[in-house]
Design a protein around this ligand. Structure first.
Ligand code: F3S
Length: 391
């Protein structure tokens, strides 16, 4: 039995339009499955299912159906990456038929009042919930970052349920919205040095496989910047399905169950994780920014490639707003002069890389390294930035 407020009941009964009623039906069905007693208001939504590569014609038809029923979002709602950079798709070799469908998908979302932000790091462009704030986000790496690094509260929504929450402004109150569920049940003592993004990516890859759906709590991590934490969370969400982690002394929450499973992570495990992700090939293309790069990361990359030109083509994937700042500050120009490109709106995994002539792709992200073989038919070169850019 789900207790609905008067307003929620009116939504469910169709008094606020057909699209709202259909969305509330989805939320009530989820609440029943997960035994949520009520709905909880959310301050923002982040919607996945944006690339034509992942949702196809069926997804586009579903969105157009919602638009025809008058769907409108009622809270700030951001989009996950699309299948292409909407300004550079021709130069990048995206097939025209794909581009046409992709633009139709973006138009459908826009008709619902959703900002065409197209990023998996909305927290770098202004959507940064505070500790304890309830949100309904879908992208697994963003869910991990919101829960773990910001201390906000979200379950990992699917595309349709995040969209339903965006329309109704509420989500079922269960799982990570509740204090009692935000407790780690596997304790990882890190006994090796973690210095680079790829170190955190490899740690995430190994721990995600072990933890599966459990929540890890780390000790022994001396320091970590946001670029490390986003990669750690993304990698654990890709090799497992981890939506929340804690790091002693670093994350805003740190709660560990007394009977948590205890695991040590040493140099040996780090080495094994790295070798699992790296085929050892020389990349044709190095793709950075998984999850999407911050302005500071773009600055670091521009600084590196201005001193020594990489030995292959490279992309830095980011949000359009960050790319615009990078353009203004001259980082994009430096990157272009070194044979690279700052790519907005999309990423190496959700664009049709396999149809763009690439077969070996480099990355320093555990998540991209995990997904590139299956979703893009790529062999992977995994390693730290300096290594993959000059292999
Ligand atoms: Fe983002 Fe694409 Fe990686 S959506 S987390 S850059 S696979």
């Amino acid at each position: 039995m789900v207790n609905l407020t008067d307003k929620e009941q009116r939504m469910f009964d169709g008094e606020m339009g057909e699209a709202t009623a259909q969305s509330m039906e989805i939320l009530v069905a989820l609440a029943k499955i997960f035994k949520a007693e009520n709905m909880i208001p959310v301050s923002s939504a982040q919607v996945s299912g944006v690339s034509y590569k992942t949702i196809g014609d069926a997804g586009l038809e579903y969105l157009e159906h919602l638009v025809s029923k008058g769907a409108k979002t009622t809270i700030p709602t951001f989009l996950n990456p699309a299948g292409m950079d909407v300004s550079q798709w021709k130069e990048m070799g995206v097939p025209e038929g794909f581009a046409k469908k992709q633009l139709e998908i973006l138009d459908a979302y826009s008709s619902m009042g959703i900002m065409k932000t197209c990023t998996c790091t909305p927290y770098f462009i202004g959507l940064r919930p505070k500790q304890g704030e309830h949100v309904a986000w879908a992208e697994s790496s963003a869910v991990s970052f919101a829960n773990s690094v910001l201390g906000a509260r979200t379950n990992r929504e699917g595309g349709p349920s995040a969209l339903a929450a965006a329309i109704c402004g509420v989500t079922p109150n269960y799982g990570l919205h509740l204090d009692e569920n935000r407790i780690a049940n596997v304790a990882i003592d890190v006994q090796c040095k973690l210095e680079t993004v790829s170190d955190f990516g490899a740690l995430g890859h190994a721990v995600g496989k072990l933890a599966k759906r459990k929540y890890p709590a780390f000790t022994g991590v001396k320091s970590a910047r946001e670029e490390h934490l986003k990669v750690l969370g993304a990698s654990m969400a890709a090799s497992g399905a981890v939506p929340l982690f804690f790091i002693d002394g670093i994350t805003p929450e740190y709660n560990v169950a007394e009977d948590a499973e205890k695991i040590t992570f040493t140099d040996n495990e780090l080495k094994t994780a790295k070798s699992e992700l790296d085929t050892g090939e020389k990349p044709q293309l190095v793709t950075l920014g998984c999850p999407h790069a911050s302005l500071d990361e773009i600055k670091q990359i521009a600084g590196m490639v201005s001193k020594r030109r990489p030995t292959c083509e490279f992309w830095v994937c980011t949000a359009r707003k960050i790319k615009e700042e990078s353009d203004k500050l001259g980082y994009s120009k430096t990157i272009e002069e070194a044979g690279g490109r700052v790519v907005a709106d999309t990423c190496m995994v959700v664009c049709p890389l396999e149809k763009m002539g690439y077969t070996v792709t480099g990355t320093n992200s555990g998540k991209a390294a995990k997904y590139l073989p299956n979703l893009c038919k790529q062999k992977v070169a995994f390693g730290k930035l300096e290594e993959i850019l000059y292999r």
